[in-house]
Design a protein around this ligand. Structure first.
Ligand code: UD1
Length: 379
């Protein structure tokens, strides 16, 4: 039996871990034993526990309760706690997802203890090192023994950094195995799409009309922590709300920074009749909105992809994206926080007759491929 420690911490990782965990508990139950370790980076029920409940993920075996703090303090807290847990479990591999502070802390702690790191969602680059996630991605990839890329673009980035997809087993941190497997988030979106529609009441709750509203999310520190950018985004969303309802599930970070803006800016935004604010949403509610909306505006990586999975155009509220395939396919436009660019992109997609969505994220069987590859090569 191969013992793996799966590390989650922030909301999107819990979603990704659901797909891996489902595969382990299903087809691979007699070959892989999984321990789930929650760093505690996200602790609010709506950012964490609700995903475990809806997606049927087993309760974490450990919760490190690292909580919120500056990047250095948060990462340091996790690093020491991961080291302790890894020494208790002695896993054959540590599985890390994505690019958060939980990812890098676990990868570093494992690599220093010579435990093979398996990075799911490897190879993505925004080429903007002022993003904490970019530092986390690059460092995690270079601490890993097995790397799984969700897109061909991810594989090309790894090759450009010196990774060799022709490396032969046995894999080590110095001779890592690099595999393209498609996007593990697609596994979940396909699996949960019909279940979500049955369980979610969000469309009725907020009295929304199919294809008549825009779904928006904002949470990146680059956008939230800069008052000018945040104001630009709120202004742009309010202008769109003059003609189409804009549904904005509010991340705690964003709420905190909106509350620091001038009172008239806040009131203009919150009192606009077309702006619909919701608390952070469960996975099922989010999927239900993504499936029903006209288009999506977001600075989230995950939501950009989910837009694509559900064949909706996406306005990317950042100055670059790791998910360049979406832009190349003509289904995403990068606008940053500039209200004019956001409005132009909105009008463009509103008037665009049809879009095509080539299958750049694989076929929804990434988790199985990852499990099979781990079984073949770990130990
Ligand atoms: C983190 C990830 C980001 C990911 C996002 C998903 C890093 C560097 N960033 O960003 O890549 O897209 O998660 O949501 O790891 N807070 C709460 N309740 C919580 C957690 C946080 O209120 O349960 C508040 C705190 O004030 C905290 C702030 O949100 O300071 C930011 O949380 P943090 O986990 O540091 O980063 P995110 O912005 O969520």
């Amino acid at each position: 039996m191969i013992k793996v420690a799966s590390v989650v911490g922030a909301r999107p990782q819990i979603v990704k871990a659901a797909a891996f965990s489902r595969a382990v508990r299903g087809k691979f139950a007699n070959k892989i034993k999984e321990f789930i370790i929650h760093s505690g980076q996200h602790y609010d029920h709506k950012l964490s526990q609700v995903f475990f409940e809806e997606m049927g993920i087993p309760e974490p075996d450990y919760n490190l309760q690292a909580g919120s703090a500056s990047h250095a303090v948060q990462t340091a807290n996790m690093l020491t706690r991961f080291e302790k847990v890894f020494s208790e479990i002695s896993p054959d591999a540590v599985i890390v997802y994505g690019d958060t502070n939980s990812t890098i802390a676990a990868a570093l702690a494992a690599a220093k203890e010579h435990i093979p790191v398996v990075h799911i969602e490897a190879g993505l680059r925004s080429f903007n090192k002022s993003m904490p996630e970019e530092i986390n991605r690059i460092t995690t990839d270079h601490c890993s023994t097995m790397l799984f890329t969700p897109t061909i673009g991810g594989m090309e980035n790894l090759i450009n950094e010196g990774f060799n997809p022709n490396n032969k087993a046995p894999y080590t941190i110095d001779n890592p195995g690099v595999f393209h497997c498609g996007d593990i988030m697609l596994d979940n979106s396909l699996y949960f799409a019909s279940i979500a529609s049955k369980h979610s009441k969000i469309i009725e709750t907020y009295d929304l009309q199919e294809n008549m509203f825009v779904l928006a999310t904002i949470h990146r520190d680059y956008n939230t922590d800069n008052p000018e950018r945040l104001k630009g985004l709120l202004y742009a969303l309010a202008k769109i709300a003059d003609t189409h309802k804009v549904v904005l599930p509010l991340h705690p970070r964003t709420e905190k920074y909106i509350n620091l803006l001038d009172i008239n800016v806040r009131e203009d935004f919150f009192n606009h009749p077309g702006i619909v604010i919701t608390p952070p949403l469960s996975f099922f509610d989010m999927i239900a909105l993504e499936k029903s909306c006209k288009m999506i505006m977001t600075d989230s990586g995950v939501v950009q992809k989910e837009a694509y999975f559900f064949q909706k155009p996406v306005v990317i509220l950042r100055t670059e994206t790791e998910w360049t395939d979406i832009v190349k396919a003509g289904c995403g436009i990068i606008t940053g926080s500039d209200p004019n660019k956001i409005n132009e992109a909105f009008e463009y997609f509103l008037n665009k007759e049809s879009l095509t969505f080539p299958p750049v994220f694989g076929d929804g069987s990434a988790a199985e491929f990852i499990c099979e590859t781990i079984i073949r090569h770990i130990r």
